[in-house]
Write a protein that binds this ligand. Structure first.
Ligand SMILES: Nc1ncnc2c1ncn2[C@@H]1O[C@H](COP(=O)(O)OP(=O)(O)OP(=O)(O)O)[C@@H](O)[C@H]1O
Ligand SMILES: [Mg+2]
Length: 566
């Protein structure tokens, strides 16, 4: 079904983005038209020889990058307050009653939840993420991940959820782009009050009209004074939060060993489809999976049937160091308990260990620190114009030059470009155009994952050599197996990332990556094999007493399904 939707919508998407079947040529024609306009936006200065020169690294006026939005006098409504206070709900009510609109969220799971809600409310709504296009007949609404926000479309209403993510060191620029660039008559921003002063400051220059609505929690969240103590105290509706994959699987096993509960799991590197199914299984009161073990992948905006959040730790490895969770992180995660309208109208929050309770309590009682600056990334247009003056520089050098020399106003910072630079370093020697390099650099390749990074390198090399990348050249369909060890599981997750990358590239370079359908079906198999692993993991009840949820496949069905693709 998913692959059918992908196939059906791929052409539509490519056409809407690129015009016709010759994406590259047309893309560049389109770019040149836009560059003419963009060139007017960069600041000029006189050199000592008296020539007027453009300073492409001047990023002090990012609002001027979005002429479509600047033509509008937008009404901006900020919905701010604690978690579970109805901020998103109120914004969505406006979206539902508008003739056209877009919801932009930080997570695929959230975009999925909103698309489902709008379609259920008889408002046809497309779901668009980097790797998915699910179009619904007659839809004038879209639920998208914020990176996919279209700044060339015109909407009556738009919602940007979790707007405080504008300060995120890696993804902040996508929120800034959506904030400054979405051309909507009415723009709703939902999130933490800590973002209010910055947004007001940023929007002073755009001429938009900004109003702020404050919200209170709809149902209580009670911080407990006692830790969980023993795993025998785990009960229906609990969500245990931890931050490493190994810990997630250890805890799932440990809880299931008690013999009273089955656990769904949700964490970042799990395929998004698997995450969605695991969350749905936990949410479904008729399924036996009544406990959730999750990372902070559940931390934002989601409405799950959680009665109690239990932090198994209040420390997290953030890629550089093991650090305490921040106040906003603790509040966001704790805020998943006791959602209004869920099976548990009162939420509780505690820790596994007593020593973590003080940080939990103090964080829940503290306001989030006020946001100082919003993330920014130089646009491709600016880098392209700069590259024309310095034709010998590779993409890495151009990007590094921007990072070193960018001029910013005090409301902005340049996001962490480490991943982009890592990709640029790998592909810069290949005979690719600047835009192609840019595309590979912003792709969702995880360069810290060896298999994912190898996948990206091979795709880029084959693309540079032949302009055509067949999936079978680097991947043998039929080679996937149910993982038996944690290492095999990790490998399967990495393979899923490579297939995901192929699908992502296929939406942008359609003719050169023609095997989207095969990649999507193999991705689906990866997810099923991972779920099969999850099903087998942990304490096994005697089969007679165990009921498989109706939407899960039995092993034999799974093998049949896999065979179909071999
Ligand atoms: N007025 C209302 N009537 C019915 N349901 C509501 C109402 N307000 C909120 N809800 C429901 O309560 C739950 C929490 O609301 P919502 O998701 O809007 O909270 P939020 O403030 O955005 O939380 P978070 O900060 O965690 O994103 C949702 O399931 C939502 O549908
Ligand atoms: Mg919300």
């Amino acid at each position: 079904m998913a692959s059918f939707l992908l196939r059906r919508n791929a052409n539509l998407f490519a056409r809407s983005l690129l015009g016709n079947k010759e994406p590259f040529r047309l893309y560049f024609q389109f770019k040149f038209q836009r560059l003419g306009r963009a060139a007017n936006m960069v600041h000029s200065y006189s050199s000592s020889s008296g020539h007027i020169r453009n300073d492409f690294t001047d990023l002090t006026c990012p609002h001027s990058w979005y002429p479509q939005a600047r033509k509008k006098h937008r009404r901006v409504i900020m919905h701010v307050g604690p978690t579970n206070s109805g901020k998103t709900h109120h914004a969505l009510k406006q979206l539902e009653s508008s003739a056209s609109g877009v919801y932009c969220g930080p997570l695929r799971l959230l975009a999925w939840e909103i698309a489902k809600r709008l379609n259920k409310a008889q408002v046809p709504c497309d779901l668009i993420t980097g790797q998915e296009r699910e179009e619904v007949d007659g839809a004038n609404h879209k639920a998208v991940t914020v990176e996919m926000a279209d700044v060339s479309a015109d909407y009556q209403c738009a919602v940007i959820d979790e707007i405080q993510m504008i300060g995120c060191t890696t993804r902040g620029y996508s929120f800034t782009r959506a904030l400054l660039g979405i051309a909507a008559d009415e723009l709703h921003l939902c999130g933490d009050p800590a973002a209010v002063p910055l947004i007001q400051e940023i929007l002073k220059i755009t001429g938009d009209e900004v109003e702020v609505q404050f919200y209170e929690r709809l149902s209580p969240l009670i911080p407990l004074n006692v830790p969980l103590g023993s795993f025998s105290n785990v009960r229906n509706g609990d969500c245990i939060v931890t931050f490493s994959r190994q810990e997630i699987y250890r805890l799932k096993k440990r809880i299931e060993k008690e013999g009273k509960h089955l656990c769904s799991v949700v964490y970042g590197s799990l395929p998004p489809e698997t995450r969605t199914r695991q969350a749905s299984m936990f949410n479904d009161a008729s399924s036996e999976f009544d406990v959730l073990v999750a990372s902070d992948a559940i931390g934002m905006g989601l409405n799950l049937n959680i009665s109690r959040i239990i932090f198994s730790t209040t420390k997290k490895f953030d890629g550089f160091e093991v650090r305490d969770l921040t106040v906003p992180e603790i509040k966001q995660i704790a805020g998943r308990a006791g959602r209004y309208g869920s099976n548990f109208p009162e939420g509780e929050v505690t820790c596994l260990d007593e020593e973590d309770l003080p940080l939990l309590h103090s964080s829940l009682n503290s306001p989030s620190p006020i946001l100082e600056r919003a993330g920014l990334l130089p646009t491709f247009d600016l880098m392209y114009m700069y590259s024309r003056l310095h034709p010998r520089n590779g993409f890495y050098q151009i990007l590094a030059h921007f990072l070193d020399n960018a001029k910013l106003s005090e409301n902005y910072f340049i996001v962490n470009c480490e991943q982009l630079l890592k990709v640029a370093a790998v592909i810069d020697e290949l005979p690719l155009g600047l835009h192609e390099k840019y595309l590979f650099c912003i792709s969702p390749a995880d360069m810290d994952d060896e298999i994912s990074s190898q996948g990206l390198t091979q795709f880029a090399e084959n693309y540079a050599k032949k302009g055509l990348v067949r999936l079978r050249e680097i991947f043998t369909p039929g080679s996937l197996k149910v993982p038996k060890t944690a290492a095999a599981l990790k490998e399967l997750e990495s393979i899923h990332k490579v297939l995901d990358l192929y699908v992502w590239l296929s939406f942008r370079l359609e003719e050169s990556f023609p095997d989207r359908e095969l990649a999507a079906s193999q991705k689906a198999i990866c997810s099923m094999l991972i779920e099969e692993f999850l099903e087998r993991l942990g304490w096994q009840r005697p089969m007679a007493r165990r009921r498989l949820p109706s939407h899960k496949m039995s092993t034999s069905l799974l093998s049949q399904h896999v065979r179909q693709y071999l």
